[in-house]
Every structure is written in C-alpha cells, then in structure tokens.
Design a protein around this ligand. Structure first.
Ligand code: C2E
Ligand code: CA
Ligand code: CA
Length: 473
C-alpha cells in the first residue's frame, strides 16, 4: 500500500487529503527484477553477482572469520567441447542436471552458478584444508554416475579449485586465488581438486605478465624457429627436421616453450602464433629445397596444438601455405599430441581426414603419455608415431617391451615409428636392436639455427657417415 497526504488551503480552513494506492503489482515486479538480477535463469541458482555479495558479507560482516570461509570453484571439464559438438540445448540440459546433483551433495552450503559451466560454493564451518579437501573430493564423486541428457547417458568430470578467505582478505583476491587453483587442477589433468597456495600467487602473477607480453611478441618479432634433425637409424641419414618455437624475451632472454605454450593455448594466442610457425617453417623448407637440390627429400615436422586443430580456419590455412610455398604436401608432417584424440574421437577423425586430403602426413606426438589405445591407432589417419622420451629414458629398465610393442604396432598399421630424445649411443644401439627405424635427440643433434642446417646435411653430419640423400618420409 502507498499512502500520500497533501494539504490544501481553503476559505473554510486547511483540508488534508489522502490518496491510498495498491502497489502490490509494482512491488512484485520490482522483487522479480531484483531476483532476476541476482539469479541464473537456467538453474534458478544465485548468480555471480549474488555470490560475490554474499562472500563479501561473510568476510567483512563480522570482526573475525574463524574458521576461514572456503571458496570452491567447480568447473566442468571439456564442457565447451560438448556444447559445440552436441548443441547448446544439450549443454543447457546438462548444466541443469549437474546443478541439481551437486546441489544435493552440497547440502546447506551456499551455491551459485558463476559462469557458463562453473559453480561457486561458499563452505563455512569446516575446520581446515583437510576437511575442505575431503568435502570437495566427495563432490567429485557425484560425477561418477552419468547424467541422462536427451535420453543419452552423458559422462562428464569437473575440476575444483579451493581458496580460503578471512576478514583481512579482499573478495576479488579470494576469487582470483580460487580461479588460479581451478586452472592448476585443469593443467594437472582435470577431474581433481587443487588448493590455492602461495606458489600459485607467484605463478598467477607470472602468468598474467607473460600473457600480456605474449600478445606483443608476435608483432615485435620476438619468435624464431630452430630445427632438430630426424634421423633414419639405418645409414644414419638425415631425413627430416622438426621446427621448434623459441621466444627471445627482451628482458628474460630465451623462454622455453614449456613455459609459454600452455599460456598461449589457454588464451587462444596459439592460433596466430601456430599459423606463423607453419608459415615460417614451410617457407624455410621451400628455400632449402630450392637452394640445395640435395635436400629435396628433406621434410618438415610442425607441432600443432588442439586449439589450432579445432579452429575452423586451420585446414584452409594449411592449404593456403602449401599453395604459397609450392611444397610437395607429403613433405609436411603435422605433429599432434595424443590428448587431441581422446576428447571426441569421431570429431577428431573427421578433422584429420580433411587434412589428410591435402596430402600432408600426420604424426602422433608424445605417444605413450596419454591414453591412445591400439584401437584408436588403427582408426586414426596417421602416418607416424613418436615414442615419448620418457620411454627412451627407461630403455634397459623395463621399457624395452613398450618400445617393442610400439614398433610392432607400427609394422601392423604401416606407421613410421620415431623415437624421441636419444641422448646416448647405448640408447641408439638398443633402438636399432628393437627394430625402431627413426630417431631424434641430442645424441644426433640439438635443435639448430636454420643457417647451419644445409651445411650439416651436406657434410653428412650430424652423425658420422650420414649421407644427405635417401628416402625422405
Ligand atoms: P616436443 O614436440 O616433444 O619436442 C621435443 C622436445 O624435446 C624439444 O624441446 C626438443 O628440443 C627436446 N629434445 C630433443 N632431443 C632431446 C634430447 O635428446 N634430450 C632432451 N632432454 N630433450 C630433447 P623444446 O624445443 O623445448 O619443446 C618442448 C615442447 O614445446 C615440444 O615438445 C612441443 O610440445 C612444444 N612446442 C615447441 N614448438 C612448438 C610449436 O611451434 N607449436 C606448438 N604447438 N608446440 C610447440
Ligand atoms: Ca613434437
Ligand atoms: Ca614429443
């Protein structure tokens, strides 16, 4: 009810009038607006806004917060992929199903949907990190059973990051700490819980700085490529080179790829950077072919990230680069890590066939570190398998059988097998005994500047007695 009074001077004296209005509708409308502004329409859970407000009140509404509030961020693994491949309607139904199930597991703790596939929990009253960890791990077990979506059983996992906050902490800091912890859970293989710690603060600051610098590195010309020979063991012929990216940071000098490639992948920057790598390395090979007829059989191997392969333009880019450089497509090898195949094998196979149609060759990189089954090997249109260095390091102490198995597989599926990271003569000899035909490693040569490649191939190095000719891949 809204009542308004007004006074009126009349010759008979003052008159007071009152108007009374029913404002129920307006109030209901306002309440609905307020609710909508703070809740997610799809799941009806509180949204990020309310989550942040609530955390602020928990941290700063009292003099002390003891035990600290645990902020858990739960992020669905590979959700974007499912959303893209099965459609948004299916994605939405899955989010609803997941929110209902974790809602039950969460009990009375505050829960919100803080992003498309991200839920936030405010957990109060748990004594310490161990208890919170146990709580978060129990949450993950709710993902053991499939979610029925659209009549299909859908398996999905989640990663959880946990950060603690007390009265002295700013809300944004606690949230970004929890974020850093989720990111670490993703990097460490997903479907797991990570607690925030100080190392992560430094790491997070470092990542943010690196991200900003990576943005500029391409236009500032801070990248260059080095080339590592791929050797045919029988006769020690140099038959190919792998292009490896180097970043010459203006202050820190050379930054190793393991430090910046994951960041470039997370931010999507790997797409333009990877395109540059492909352009540069193919142009380089075309120059070698042109200037040194004896190198005509040399091939180039280029590392390609999943993010690049998933990009719609990728196949077009490869086709354009082949056209522009005039390279025989069979001399271009794209190296793809196992993890690309395991996400959605059917979609991956379609993409790879489109690339194969261009005439290029495909290699599985770091084989043995992921989950490729023999079955997937037989279905994938790949030409080359690269055995990870970890197995080569283990030669003589149990990994011989693994290498033998991969070599046997190679024969069965008509794949060339390359052993990576050979550092000693003993390893080389052992590989020859086991029937492995191709290899790469410091024993033969470290990655080289492009200028020194032709001379070395000409002189039959890097291994004594090598001849530059012979069958390329
Ligand atoms: P990778 O594809 O497995 O490359 C092989 C790595 O092993 C290279 O390290 C190489 O220098 C190193 N290596 C070769 N022989 C030996 C050896 O005998 N002993 C030892 N200890 N190491 C050896 P690098 O250049 O640091 O590259 C690391 C990773 O970064 C690569 O692993 C690849 O996954 C990624 N990478 C490099 N360049 C690119 C690129 O242009 N694009 C993408 N997407 N990833 C790249
Ligand atoms: Ca590689
Ligand atoms: Ca590798």
């Amino acid at each position: 009810m809204e009542i308004s009074f007004s006074t009126l001077e009349t010759p008979q004296g003052e008159v007071i009038s009152a108007a009374i209005r029913d404002v129920s509708d307006r109030r209901a409308f306002e309440r609905r607006l307020a609710y909508q502004a703070t809740h997610d329409q799809l799941t009806d859970l509180p949204n990020r806004e309310l989550f942040t407000q609530r955390l602020g009140r928990l941290l700063h509404g009292r003099l002390s917060v003891d035990p600290p509030v645990a902020v858990c961020l739960l992020d669905l693994d590979h959700f974007k992929y499912l959303n893209d491949s099965r459609g948004h309607r299916v994605g939405d139904s899955l989010v609803v199903a997941v929110s209902a199930r974790i809602g039950r597991a969460v009990g009375s703790h505050f829960m919100a949907r803080v992003g498309g596939d991200e839920f936030g929990l405010l957990v109060e009253g748990l004594a310490g990190p161990d208890e919170v960890l146990a709580f978060a791990e129990r949450l993950l077990t709710s993902f053991d059973q499939p979610f029925a979506v659209d009549g299909i059983d859908c398996y999905i996992t989640a990663s959880i990051g946990v950060a603690f906050g007390d009265a002295s902490d700013r809300v944004e800091v606690v949230l970004s700490n929890a974020d850093a912890a989720v990111n670490r859970a993703k990097r460490n293989g997903r479907a797991r819980v990570e607690l925030f710690d100080e190392a992560l603060t430094l790491e997070a600051a470092h990542r943010i700085a690196t991200e900003a610098e990576l943005h500029l590195a391409l236009e500032r010309g801070e990248f260059h490529l080095v080339y590592q020979p791929v050797i045919e063991l029988d006769g020690a012929r140099w038959i190919g080179t792998e292009a490896l990216l180097r970043w010459n940071h203006p202050e820190h000098g050379e930054v190793p790829p393991v430090e910046f490639i994951p960041i470039a992948e997370d931010t999507g920057l790997i797409v333009p950077i990877g395109r540059w790598v492909l352009e540069q390395s193919c142009a380089q090979l075309a120059r070698w072919h042109h200037d040194h007829p004896e190198l005509a059989e040399l091939s180039i191997s280029v590392n390609v990230s999943s993010r690049q392969l998933e990009h719609d333009q990728f196949v077009n880019d490869v086709a354009r680069i082949l056209r522009e450089t005039g390279l025989p497509p069979g001399h271009v090898v794209l190296e793809i890590t196992e993890s690309f195949f395991i996400r959605d094998i059917q979609a991956a196979v379609r993409r790879l066939h489109a690339l194969k149609d261009l005439g290029i060759r495909l290699a599985i990189d770091d084989f043995g570190t992921g989950f490729s089954s023999l079955f997937s090997l037989s279905r994938l249109p790949v030409d080359i398998v690269k055995i990870d260095k970890a197995f080569i390091d283990g030669l003589g102490s149990g990994y011989d059988a693994v290498v033998t198995a991969v070599v046997t597989l190679g024969v069965a599926f008509d794949l060339d097998v390359v052993a990576e990271g050979i550092e000693t003569e003993a390893q080389r000899d052992r590989l020859v005994d086991l029937g492995c035909r191709f290899a790469q490693g410091y024993y033969f040569s470290v990655p080289l500047d492009p200028g020194s490649v032709p001379g070395l191939v000409d002189r039959g190095r890097p291994t004594a007695g090598a001849t530059p000719t012979g069958r390329g891949w």
